[in-house]
Design a protein around this ligand. Structure first.
Ligand SMILES: NC(=O)c1ccc[n+]([C@@H]2O[C@H](COP(=O)([O-])OP(=O)(O)OC[C@H]3O[C@@H](n4cnc5c(N)ncnc54)[C@H](O)[C@@H]3O)[C@@H](O)[C@H]2O)c1
Length: 333
């Protein structure tokens, strides 16, 4: 599938599971022009989904991610409890709770109605795709599609092949996802945690280790992180960063630093205590920091506002920014 020949209006996509992420993924696909069949596997979804998707679309219009009439986008979305409406989908994305049995039941319901050629994907954060695809009738058409919240704003997307996935179909999903405003990554071989979670969990583990051992407070670690990695990471990834700042220094430091990094395989006490005490983070105002309900709500709002802002900045610096600049310069000469 060549990106410039794709007509998204002709490609219907289904989403099953309309919680936090199902709603923002639906919004992303509507913005891209796809007809979307949004299936609510539990009645509670019907109470929230329409409101959430409409609110995302309105905000996206304000932020100029949408150019046309809002009504056109709303009308392209069918919210239903009826799985049979998925029958003409090119792709169905499962976005339900992180429980293998729930996901398995959902795949059975999807596969009972879609064509054999329909692609099937999961937004799982952590269950290996190889395990999920074993729960399906046609494992070769099954992939991980790992989104980041807010999915309609973030450029992040990992497309993950399981052991039995057809990599050529994975490549066609990779092409299609460029129409969704993504700079996607194709993970050709399944690995637990995929790419970003492996990188991030190495960092979470070390951050907790530093706090638990009294080197710095939670706020101090956060401040260092947001002003160091947070400064450059939207422009470059870790490899380009090492190139930009001089590879030999990293080589030298690795020798001395690696043996001192934590490699614990236990869940650290700091996070265990929070979870055992019912802490969820901003969503219930109780996490590594404590929040008043007002502060918690303001963090959610601020994160959403920041996501739109950083998207605008990132749009000025796409992956091929340097090539574009060189081409423009050469054209002038
Ligand atoms: N929240 C994130 O930032 C994030 C990021 C990447 C991936 N994910 C993954 O996306 C998936 C959904 O996460 P979320 O944050 O949208 O969760 P959520 O709690 O907001 O939504 C969960 C949804 O699961 C469905 N569900 C609940 N019980 C069900 C049942 N018994 N049978 C069928 N469906 C049921 C419902 O549609 C519900 O809205 C999970 O696999 C999660 O790991 C989440």
């Amino acid at each position: 599938m060549e990106t410039n020949t794709i007509d998204t209006k002709e490609i219907t996509i289904g989403i099953v599971g309309l919680g936090l992420m199902g709603c923002s993924i639906s919004t992303c696909l509507l913005i891209a022009g796809h007809p979307v069949i949004a299936v609510a596997p539990i009645p509670d979804d019907l109470v929230h989904a329409e409101k959430r998707i409409k609110a995302h679309l309105r905000k996206s219009k304000e932020e100029q991610l949408i150019v046309g009439e809002l009504e056109t986008y709303f009308n392209n979305c069918t919210i239903t409890e009826d799985y049979t409406q998925l029958k003409d989908c090119y792709l169905v994305i499962e976005c339900t709770l992180e429980h293998l049995n729930i996901k398995k039941t959902v795949y059975q319901k999807i596969e009972a109605v879609v064509a054999d050629s329909c692609l099937l994907a999961s937004n799982t954060s952590a269950i290996p795709i190889t395990i999920l695809q074993e729960q399906t009738e046609h494992p070769s058409r099954f992939f991980g599609l790992h989104w980041a919240e807010p999915s309609h704003v973030s450029r992040f997307l990992e497309i993950i092949c399981g052991e039995q996935s057809d990599v050529l179909l994975g490549e066609s999903l990779y092409e299609l996802s460029h129409c969704w405003g993504k700079e996607p990554t194709l993970v050709r071989k399944d690995i637990r945690g995929f790419i970003t979670n492996r990188l991030m969990y190495a960092m979470y583990r070390e951050a907790i280790h530093l706090v638990e051992n009294g080197y710095a407070t939670v706020a101090d670690v956060d401040r260092a992180c947001r002003n160091n990695a947070g400064h450059w990471m939207t422009l470059v990834g870790v490899f380009r960063w090492m190139d930009l700042t001089g590879v030999p220094a990293y080589h030298t430091v690795m020798k001395d630093l690696f043996p001192t990094l934590t490699n614990t395989t236990e869940v650290p006490k700091l996070i265990d205590d929070i979870v055992k005490d019912g802490g969820k983070g901003v969503s219930n105002a109780k996490g590594f920091y404590n929040y008043t309900p007002e502060e918690a709500a303001a963090w959610e709002e601020t994160f959403m506002e920041f996501s739109y802002e950083i998207r605008k900045l990132a749009a000025k610096y796409p992956e091929d920014v340097v090539q574009q600049r060189i081409n423009a310069k050469n054209k002038k000469m």
